[in-house]
Design a protein around this ligand. Structure first.
Ligand SMILES: Nc1ncnc2c1ncn2[C@@H]1O[C@H](COP(=O)(O)OP(=O)(O)OP(=O)(O)O)[C@@H](O)[C@H]1O
Ligand SMILES: [Mg+2]
Length: 273
């Protein structure tokens, strides 16, 4: 059987929860496990495109990937490293939202193109903008797995439960009538802190009965990523966190240990092989 790439969308309707950090670090970690990884920056603010140093820049980016029916990987995939490529964001005005909304197959084309033409990649990770819109919906529809970082505080917990799950529920309802399914959602607690407040919101998020409020299976992973300077410093150094901090005496463990645990629980490597 022809191998198809595993598509992971990192999504949340909330800004600033760690989507780009997760996309960049997960992508680099998996590429170090001998998987060929494509990152896609689907945010109008090109944070993921600027995360790593680009070795070879492709002629085109996200707009071409989504709108050119003849697109091929070599036209749009810029090279970071041998096993880590990226489709860079090139839509500062947000015109793609309109294109996706006004095109008959706008929301489903991304999935079709990636599954048909991007088979050289084992994993494709899509970073999205923290908002609701047609482009975000296209990335959720494309996904085999949705990952959502959630910061255990009042604003982020509320946003996750009402708006992120709300968006997934709306799409899952439409998908059912169109004959396909929306992927399971795996959420993890990001930027956790050793405070009563953080721990109380974390417990609240873990205690919800998601099958009663969400149309797709929701798992809150056991792995948590604490608020860690190493993650911010790695970003400033344009390095993956797991390479930046391999060991640490911190109780919560090194960035390498935290990323290993997250990847193990996501079970991406087994699912690809
Ligand atoms: N576990 C962490 N520990 C410390 N800092 C973190 C952690 N995760 C993310 N950050 C920091 O939080 C900020 C927001 O992260 P990031 O840009 O990844 O969020 P985002 O969801 O992509 O935001 P946006 O919605 O604006 O695209 C960044 O400065 C990042 O370095
Ligand atoms: Mg971002």
């Amino acid at each position: 059987m022809k191998k198809t790439p595993k598509i992971i969308s990192v999504a949340s309707t909330k800004g600033g929860v760690g989507k780009t950090t997760t996309s960049a670090n997960l992508g680099a970690f998996l590429s170090d496990q001998d998987l060929k990884v494509l990152l896609i920056d689907a945010d109008v603010q090109p944070s993921l495109s600027e995360y790593y140093v680009i070795d070879e820049i492709a002629d085109f980016g996200l707009t071409n990937l989504i709108t050119n029916p003849q697109v091929q990987p070599e036209l749009v995939a810029s090279k970071i490293e041998e096993n880590l490529h990226i489709v860079m964001s090139d839509d500062p005005e947000g015109d793609l939202q309109n294109w996706v909304r006004n095109t008959a197959d706008g929301r489903t084309r991304l999935k079709m193109i990636l599954k048909k033409r991007f088979c050289e990649y084992d994993v494709i990770i899509i970073d999205t903008q923290g908002a609701v819109g047609a482009l975000q919906e296209a990335t959720i529809i494309a996904a085999d797995m949705i990952i959502s970082p959630v910061i255990p505080d009042k604003l982020c917990a509320g946003e996750f439960i009402h708006n992120t799950l709300g968006m997934i529920n709306r799409l899952a309802e439409s998908a059912e009538f169109m004959g396909f399914e929306i992927a399971p959602l795996k959420a993890f607690l990001n930027c956790t802190a050793n405070t009563n407040d953080s721990q109380a919101y974390a417990a609240d998020i873990r205690s919800l009965e998601y099958q009663a409020i969400c149309r797709v299976p929701v798992t809150i992973l056991n792995s948590e990523i604490p608020d860690t300077v190493a993650f911010r410093d790695a970003t400033s150094s344009q390095m993956p966190a797991h390479r930046y901090e391999k060991t640490s005496t911190r109780k919560t463990g090194s960035a390498f240990g935290l990323m290993s645990a997250l990847v193990k629980e996501l079970d991406v490597i087994n699912e690809v092989q």
